[in-house]
Design a protein around this ligand. Structure first.
Ligand code: MEV
Length: 304
């Protein structure tokens, strides 16, 4: 029996969350936590879907509907996912599972697909479900490495020796859609102030792009903290996220920020080698689940 397995990495937003929804750039890293999708032919006249620890099946189901419609597929499949992270931690599980599902189907049914087409289809799926979103997480899952992403612009992969990132998960699952709505409501209420914040963040993103290529961790840490201060002004941070960022810095990190939509989920920090252990234990003692993640250079791929 023909078995097709495809995997795609999760993501961590390094700079520019929220403003990326409004057309400004962001920098997103693919992380060494992957989501795998295996497709086989169904033995009966129905599709079978088993997403394991990923509780939200909407992205897989929508991907399957879209793919079958686009390529006129009338046969049935069995699809199983296996994941190196849960959909609670905010590592971009929806994007990774969507990308892996569509690419697994394309491979299984021998439909050659470029990365750009994969991006467009995945983005359609995410928008059909979430209604909002930039697609930055999809780009990281497809291209891998560290990507400079801006809507309607070709994705740029950034070369860097930066590899390890500290992440603290607050234990609080946040709704990306609600937080995007929150920013858009505040923006509508006070466009001048918010526009200014957006522009300040986008300047940080552009500076961070240069520092990533220079692999200057110290500068990147400082820029992360500056980005965090502005995210606080967008009112998407929480007391817990602020505390974790503060502790990371007090215990030796170059800097840190919330990562993703905010409202819970994760923060991230960059620290010098000698301070990593101390930062990690300070974050753990403050109640965070700590991950030391590395950048995953490879994006979506077929598993042999
Ligand atoms: C969520 O991980 C990041 C946001 O910028 C939303 C998006 O880019 O789609 C808040």
């Amino acid at each position: 029996m023909k078995i097709t397995t495809v995997s795609a990495p999760g993501k961590l937003i390094l700079f520019g969350e929220h403003v990326v929804v409004y057309g400004y750039p962001a920098i997103v890293a693919a992380i060494n936590r992957r989501m795998a999708v295996t497709v086989t032919d169904s033995l009966d006249m129905t599709d079978h879907i088993d997403t394991g620890i990923v509780l939200d099946q909407r992205f897989v189901k929508e991907s399957l509907i879209l793919f079958k419609k686009k390529y006129n597929i009338n046969s049935y499949i069995t699809l199983k996912t296996s994941s190196q992270f849960s959909d609670r931690v905010g590592f971009g599980s929806s994007a990774a599972i969507t990308v892996a599902t569509i690419y697994a189907l394309a491979t299984h049914f021998k439909k050659p697909m470029t990365k750009d087409v994969l991006f467009d289809l995945s983005y359609q799926v995410v928008i059909a479900i979430q209604k909002k979103g930039s697609g930055a997480d999809i780009a990281a899952s497809i291209w891998g490495g560290i990507v400079y992403f801006q809507k309607n612009t070709p994705v740029q992969k950034l070369d860097s020796t930066i590899n390890e990132i500290i992440v603290g998960y607050t234990g609080i699952k946040a709704s990306t859609t609600k937080l995007i709505d929150k920013v858009s409501t505040s923006y509508a209420y006070d466009p001048k102030t918010f526009e200014k914040i957006f522009i300040s963040i986008s300047k940080i993103v552009k500076q961070a792009k240069k520092e990533i290529v220079r692999s200057d961790e110290n500068k990147l840490g400082e820029l992360m903290s500056e980005n965090h201060t502005l995210l606080k002004k967008l009112k998407v941070s929480t007391v817990k996220l602020d505390c974790l960022v503060k502790y990371a810095c007090e215990f030796g990190a170059y800097g840190g920020k919330l990562s993703g939509a905010g409202g819970g989920d994760c923060m991230t920090a960059i620290a010098p080698e000698h301070a990593k252990k101390t930062v990690k234990s300070a974050l753990s003692k403050s109640g965070a689940t700590v991950y030391i993640l590395t950048i995953e250079t490879e994006g979506v791929r077929i598993e042999l």
